[in-house]
Ligand binder design. Structure first.
Ligand code: AMP
Length: 210
């Protein structure tokens, strides 16, 4: 099953991708995670990617596509994959179409005001990647799973958030038209499990048909 997940930062896209990956046995491919790894490694490319990400801008298409192409060639993608964070523009969707066909697109929707509120208080565990929220009751500043001190991503700071949401609005909305009938839209106003339930039903039917 070859899937795309669309959703602005803070929509719960990463959480949803993990659930789909576990239930449908396909790898989650997050271009954002891949770029964070590249930025961590440093060097000329790493430094460039790091500064773009910190400012909330997109990494240029040539770099993004090359990174993705190499990842999709790996063995674990033979049975399918779930793309999280790609495509982010019509140009990227057109590039992807030259590589492979997509079975379905899940678009997660939430009003921008709510996205902003979620993002400014989002905190991440540097060790296990768990995501918590400083506005939740019982928040301690340490990871609920492994106890490590949580941190705030540089691009979750208010100035970068605005830029990211603007970029998202401008570039991703046309993708909904591009993928047409393949798109399933879901609201993430409820809990992660409530958001995921209709998606699981939709994908189970899709899988049964294949
Ligand atoms: P994310 O974790 O998906 O919010 O991505 C974090 C950052 O990585 C983005 O703000 C971009 O700078 C970069 N990035 C991730 N995916 C892409 C993509 N498909 N095209 C260009 N830049 C990307």
């Amino acid at each position: 099953m070859k899937l795309i997940l669309l959703g602005a930062a803070g929509s719960g896209k990463g959480t949803m991708a993990k659930k789909i990956a576990a239930d449908f046995n396909v790898p989650q491919i997050s271009t954002g995670d891949m770029f964070r790894e590249i930025a961590k490694k440093g060097g000329e490319l790493g430094e460039k990617v790091k500064s773009l990400m910190e400012s909330g801008a997109l990494v240029p298409n040539e770099i993004t596509f090359e990174v993705l192409k190499q990842r999709l060639k790996q063995k674990d993608c033979k049975k399918g994959f779930i793309l999280d964070g790609f495509p982010r523009s019509l140009a990227q969707a057109e590039m992807l179409q030259k590589l492979t066909d997509i079975d379905a697109v899940i678009s997660i929707e939430l009003p921008f005001k709510q996205l902003e509120q979620r993002l400014v208080s989002r905190r991440i565990c540097p060790k296990c990647g768990d995501i918590d929220n400083a506005s939740y009751q019982g928040y301690t500043g340490n990871c609920r799973k492994c106890g490590t001190k949580l941190f705030q991503r540089d691009d979750d700071k208010p100035e970068a958030i605005k830029a990211r949401l603007e970029v998202y609005k401008k570039d991703v909305t046309p993708l909904i038209d591009f993928y047409g009938e393949k798109v399933m839209t879901v609201s993430s106003a409820g809990s992660p499990d409530e958001t995921y339930a209709p998606v699981k039903t939709f994908l189970s039917k899709l899988e049964a048909k294949a």
